[in-house]
Write a protein that binds this ligand. Structure first.
Ligand SMILES: [Zn+2]
Length: 378
């Protein structure tokens, strides 16, 4: 008989807690998850039986009897994460803690006559990449695929921004080829899932995520739950006005956030491809002015996002983010927005977490989404 791979709701809750917060006693887990001692003991035994957790007696202390400490077993599951860009599939294989065990990459087929990357070819590349990564771990239990765009039901790519895809069932054909459970997510949503378990989510139940790289992306976690699909794919924040005298975005807004921060818009205004990292390296007055303008816009964006979401925590991630946060203009814009009036007594400080990302990190986000999917929860 094929063993049941997904967990019950109770088993998932305990496993999640162990993965996110580390080893804990039965008593602690029962208190945190609001479970009776008897239920907790039953769950602990079932997780140990299934190889998901191990249990050991805490060394005896002078006071009280020794306690059972439960620890998640990292090798209990392995999942492949795959981040698709316009031309490349970046893959990682991770254990349950999201530790990267191996990486691999492969070129995607070039666009066909319709301008889109052939789906069959992309599926084949992902399956082959999974096969290569599977040789580096005992077994692969699932796949997470992340890409820029809009994804519905964790299966269908409604809009694949860089791949030229519309309404593509991506999960189905990958499962057919590999026999593994597959989750397809927007790449920023995958990062939000990763941050929820292994980053900002450890200290904040609600936080916002902004990525600045090839595109400008947004993720939202509310009360410990990742918002799977944004109502507007981030449009309202991306096109919030900053300065009516500023540069125009591709939609014709004067001085909106995207006009300053979206790589395509910034490059169009400069008449050549521009990244913020390059602007920082160049360091001439014109480049510095452009970089500071973008950092100023990012500061306003952070303030607006935090205020609308009512969180003190915003995570900034992406290939280009380090150059922007290094500019004092971002911090000045935020400080100015937070400055209280003379009669105001309430003070607010923001906890801004910066995580520069490589493509491997994006793939790891996809893997963590895959782990959550394989374990049977969100
Ligand atoms: Zn705009």
């Amino acid at each position: 008989m094929v063993p049941q791979r997904t967990l019950t709701a109770g088993q998932f809750a305990v496993t999640r807690h162990l993965l996110v917060h580390g080893p804990a006693t039965r008593q602690d887990l029962g208190d945190r998850l609001n479970l009776s001692y008897a239920s907790m003991s039953r769950l602990a035994r079932s997780l140990v039986d299934r190889g998901m957790a191990s249990e050991a007696l805490e060394p005896e202390t002078a006071i009280g009897r020794p306690r059972q400490v439960l620890t998640a077993v990292p090798e209990a599951r392995h999942v492949v994460g795959c981040k698709l860009t316009a031309d490349t599939a970046y893959g990682v294989v991770c254990d349950m803690f999201g530790n990267v065990k191996a990486t691999a990459r492969a070129a995607l087929p070039g666009p066909g006559a319709d301008g889109g990357v052939p789906v069959d070819g992309a599926v084949k590349v992902i399956a082959q990449l999974t096969g290569r990564l599977a040789r580096r771990v005992p077994a692969v239990d699932g796949i997470g695929v992340a890409l820029g765009g809009v994804v519905a039901d964790r299966v269908t790519v409604r809009e694949g921004t860089f791949l030229g895809w519309r309404d593509v069932d991506l999960a189905g054909p990958i499962t057919q080829r590999t026999g593994l459970p597959v989750i397809v997510t927007n790449d920023v949503t995958a990062l939000a899932r990763e941050q929820l378990w292994f980053g900002a989510g450890r200290s904040h139940a609600t936080f916002g995520l902004i990525t600045v790289g090839a595109g400008l992306g947004f993720g939202v976690v509310r009360d410990g739950v990742v918002v799977e699909a944004l109502i507007d794919n981030g449009h309202l924040l991306a096109h919030a006005p900053i300065d009516p005298r500023g540069p125009r975005c591709g939609l014709g807004h004067a001085g909106c956030v995207a006009a300053y921060l979206n790589r395509e818009d910034v490059s169009a205004a400069a008449h050549h491809p521009v990244t913020f990292g390059e602007l920082a390296r160049l360091g001439d007055p014109a480049s510095t002015r452009q970089l500071d303008g973008a950092a100023h816009a990012l500061g306003h964006l952070v303030a607006t996002f935090a205020g609308a979401l009512q969180t003190t925590c915003v995570v900034l991630a992406g290939e280009d983010v380090a150059a922007l946060t290094a500019s004092p203009a971002m911090h000045e814009a935020i400080a100015d927005r937070l400055r209280p009036g003379p009669a105001e007594v309430q003070r607010c400080e923001l906890d801004i977490i910066t995580t520069p990302l490589t493509f491997t990190d994006w793939a790891r986000g996809a893997a963590v989404a895959g782990i959550q999917n394989v374990l049977g929860g969100a």
